[in-house]
Every structure is written in structure tokens, then in C-alpha cells.
Design a protein around this ligand. Structure first.
Ligand SMILES: C[S@@+](CC[C@H](N)C(=O)[O-])C[C@H]1O[C@@H](n2cnc3c(N)ncnc32)[C@H](O)[C@@H]1O
Length: 160
């Protein structure tokens, strides 16, 4: 382990994250995405960055109503390379004043459409443990898996 490289990587990452915050239009978009997310703006900015710099496609498990998905779709949009986002959401109903939903999968599609990313994301409406979901995921080559559920029955859906 090279400590100097680690420190300089951390500083470079911090510099990048600050830079995104200083890009007013981008930061405004990311704030809008974070608005109805269970995640805070720092996590949203980090997901944007990961999707932007990742070398391969992105697998998300537990998209809920899509705000992290939207941040990652923005990252892919602003990336120099072409990559796919595959998002798995089993669907749930949550009673919450800010981020509540009667049908998370329906709201996921609605929010992706609102931000103009519905066609850029491959959605799978299922549980990550379901053999059908695993079979679908296995057909798609990918290299980065991002899982955001805070749920206890958490997922690893089977990347290839
Ligand atoms: C904490 S929320 C995710 C937060 C979300 N990414 C955001 O940006 O606000 C957890 C989500 O994961 C989904 N989920 C939990 N376990 C899952 C599983 N095994 N397969 C698919 N979805 C799952 C739930 O339905 C819920 O929508």
C-alpha cells in the first residue's frame, strides 16, 4: 500500500467533488435529484462522480424512486465514454412526508422521464435475489456495481 498515492488520490477526489459543487448548473441539477432522495447531496455528488469516471457499465440495486439513478445518469451523460446503467427495483410503498411513494417502481419511471433519462436506463422491476432478475443481469456485461439500499435484506445481484 502506497500511502503517498492514497493521500494524493483522496485530495484529487476532494478537489473534484468541490469542483462539481462550483459548477452552478450541474450542482443545481444534482440538488434537484437529491431533493426527493433518501440520500444526502454528498452521496448524490459521489454517485455522479463514480458513474462519470467508471470504466464500465453500472448496476444499481434498489433504485427506489430514482434520485441516485438520475445522479448516475448525469454522470454517464457527462462521461467521455459510453456506458449503460441497469437499475433493479422490486417496488415498495413508503409513507414519508418528503420521499414517500405508493409505488416506487412507478415513481422511478416517472422521475427518470421527468429528468429525461428514461431511455438511458435499463430498468428491471424485480428482487435482486429472484432467479429471473439474476438471469437478466447475467446477460448484460458490466463492471461496476453500486448498491444503495439501506434495507437489511440487501442484495448483491450477481454481476458478471
Ligand atoms: C433505501 S432505498 C434506496 C434509496 C435510493 N437509492 C435513493 O436514491 O433515495 C432502498 C430501495 O431498495 C429496494 N430494495 C431493497 N432490497 C432489494 C432487493 N433485494 N432487490 C431489489 N430492490 C430492493 C427497496 O424497494 C427500496 O426502494
Amino acid at each position: 500500500m502506497n500511502t503517498n498515492t492514497n493521500v494524493s488520490d483522496c485530495l484529487e477526489l476532494m478537489r473534484k467533488l468541490v469542483e462539481y459543487r462550483q459548477q452552478k448548473a450541474l450542482h443545481h441539477q444534482l440538488m434537484k435529484a437529491a431533493d426527493c432522495s433518501m440520500l444526502g447531496i454528498d452521496a448524490i455528488v459521489m454517485l455522479y462522480h463514480c458513474a462519470k469516471v467508471s470504466v464500465g457499465d453500472v448496476l444499481e440495486v434498489g433504485a427506489y424512486i430514482g434520485e441516485a439513478t438520475i445522479a448516475m445518469a448525469m454522470g454517464v451523460r457527462d462521461s467521455a465514454t459510453e456506458k449503460k446503467i441497469i437499475s433493479i427495483e422490486r417496488g415498495c410503498c413508503v409513507d414519508h412526508p418528503r420521499v414517500g411513494t405508493k409505488d416506487s417502481f412507478k415513481d422511478l419511471m416517472k422521475n427518470l422521464k421527468r429528468f429525461g433519462f428514461l431511455d438511458q436506463v435499463t430498468l428491471i422491476n424485480g428482487c435482486s435475489f429472484d432467479p429471473n432478475t439474476i438471469a437478466m443481469v447475467r446477460q448484460m456485461p458490466m463492471s461496476v456495481a453500486i448498491s444503495t439500499p439501506l434495507a437489511t435484506d440487501l442484495p448483491i445481484a450477481a454481476g458478471s
